[in-house]
Ligand binder design. Structure first.
Ligand code: APR
Length: 232
């Protein structure tokens, strides 16, 4: 069979069963914190210590978490179809990479990355980061997590846009479909002829954009869905 071009978008739901909080579920991160206090450039300028505390806690939890069966199944799919599977993740944890996925774009950045707000230099993040940590390149004391905050431009468009145009199959896993541009990918790829699949605990806000839906926990549904693809 001709390998299909498969584009997979993941959200916080795929890491939920690894013990990491989602954003909009009951008790999620946006129930505990205000976006404007911890996830905007203005928040960082106003109170960098509070912003770093938010991300330091998430970095520690992500480092202690393990990839789950859903992450591992997606890495297996890529291994069987090298070059034909791209994961676009909204997640900032490193569980896809630790599960073995390689063709991977972190469109909202990475907890394990540090970024200099002054010169844009990037380096591996220490477990606990402070704004006053000097930049290894320019020595400025404007260190921030390498995270794309609300109001900033997501990473990876140069990879994402061509991949969406070429997709035969677009699959969204564990995302509530509330944040753009990712929430528009299903409608966009469907218009270009791709088959669209939603895998989630419940119907996402953009559920009507999908031709096929599978509801249930990612660690149960994703491995079964991958097996159905590999059997074709
Ligand atoms: N299995 C599958 N899906 C799950 C599971 C699970 N075990 N647990 C939760 N979900 C689903 C929820 O039903 C929800 O639809 O995952 C989705 C998580 O939605 P959000 O919390 O909104 O997370 P996400 O869609 O990734 O948010 C997108 O918003 O705040 C920004 O930058 C942040 O990247 C994030 C973006």
């Amino acid at each position: 069979m001709t390998p299909e071009k498969i584009v997979i978008l993941t959200g916080a739901g795929i890491s939920a069963e690894s013990g990491l909080s989602t954003f909009r579920d009951a008790g999620g991160l946006w129930a505990q914190h205000r976006v404007e206090d911890v996830a905007t450039p203005e928040a960082y300028q106003r109170d960098p210590t509070l912003v770093h505390a938010f991300y330091n806690a998430r970095r520690t939890r992500a480092a202690e978490a393990e990839p789950n069966a859903a992450h591992i199944a997606l890495a297996r799919l890529e291994a069987k179809h090298p070059g034909d599977v791209l994961i676009i993740t909204q997640n900032v944890d490193d569980l896809h990479a630790r599960a073995g996925s390689r063709n991977l774009v972190h469109m909202h950045g990475r907890l394990m990355g540090a970024l200099c707000h002054a010169c844009q230099h990037r380096w591996p993040a220490p477990r606990e980061m402070r704004a006053t940590d000097p930049c290894p390149a320019c020595n400025a004391a404007q260190t921030r997590p390498d995270i794309v905050w609300f109001g900033e431009v997501p990473y990876g468009a140069e990879i994402i846009d061509p991949a969406l145009s070429a997709a035969d199959l677009f699959v969204a896993i564990g995302t509530s479909g509330n944040v753009y541009p990712a929430a528009a990918y299903a409608q966009h790829t469907a218009r270009l002829g791709a088959h669209t699949v939603q895998i989630n605990l419940e119907a996402a806000s953009n559920a009507r954009d999908f031709a096929e839906s599978h509801f249930g926990p990612a660690t149960d549904v994703v491995p079964k869905w991958v097996e159905s693809i590999l059997r074709r």
